[in-house]
Design a binder for this molecule. Structure first.
Ligand SMILES: [Zn+2]
Length: 203
């Protein structure tokens, strides 16, 4: 049950982003999960097994940043919690299962990162002012062992990263608020889609 204006605002933002990302086809078959910081100690996160384009505020859970993961939330909740715990500036985390992220991640499986070069939209990520600086997007092998995966992500992620890919699985992106998280997600999705298209023309 939602109890105050801030949790209500957080839930509404998650419902809205769910509709938008579902309409783009980035969260098929109930996949994906989204979260938003409520305050220093809590986040709002989507419930598990739900169509992300048909969420209502009642489908959003408010959970503490500390302590064990409550039941009824996504199995990937530890990956969200880990990001909020390590960086108090993070205000929202979005996770999609798009076709480009899934395929390009598989194509680079075994590599530590996907490198984007000379795309104008690399500037869609905070702190980047030119296409000339390569963008290194961390890549991890997929796993159902969330404890091990979370530990590996924490170990390799830099404070300057704004996202990462799980091979054959999907993309995580985040920002200081929902607006920035969405911009980072859209920029990375676009770059991954470009890489997928580019593959048609490589010889
Ligand atoms: Zn996932």
């Amino acid at each position: 049950m939602l109890k105050d204006a801030e949790t209500e605002k957080a839930a509404n933002e998650l419902v809205e982003i769910g509709r938008l990302l579902s309409a783009r086809g980035w969260v098929p078959a109930t996949a994906g999960n989204f979260s938003r910081r409520v305050d220093r100690d809590r986040i709002a996160i989507t419930g598990s097994g739900l169509d992300k384009g048909e969420l209502t505020p009642e489908d959003i859970r408010i959970i503490p940043l500390a302590g064990p993961v409550p039941s009824g939330v996504s199995a990937e909740t530890p990956l969200h919690l880990s990001l909020y715990r390590r960086d108090p500036e993070i205000g929202a985390v979005l996770h999609t299962h798009s076709l480009p992220a899934t395929v390009v991640g598989r194509a680079h499986a075994g590599a530590p990162e996907i490198v984007f070069r000379d795309y104008e939209l690399q500037k869609g990520l905070r702190g980047r002012t030119t296409h000339a600086t390569p963008l290194h997007l961390p890549l991890f092998a997929n796993s159902q062992d969330m404890t091990a995966l979370t530990a590996e992500v924490e170990c390799r992620l830099s404070i300057d990263d704004h996202g990462y890919v799980l091979a054959g699985h999907g993309l995580y992106a985040w920002g200081r608020d929902m607006q920035e998280a969405r911009r980072h997600l859209e920029a990375l999705e676009f770059l991954l889609a470009c890489e997928l298209e580019q593959g048609r023309y490589r010889r």
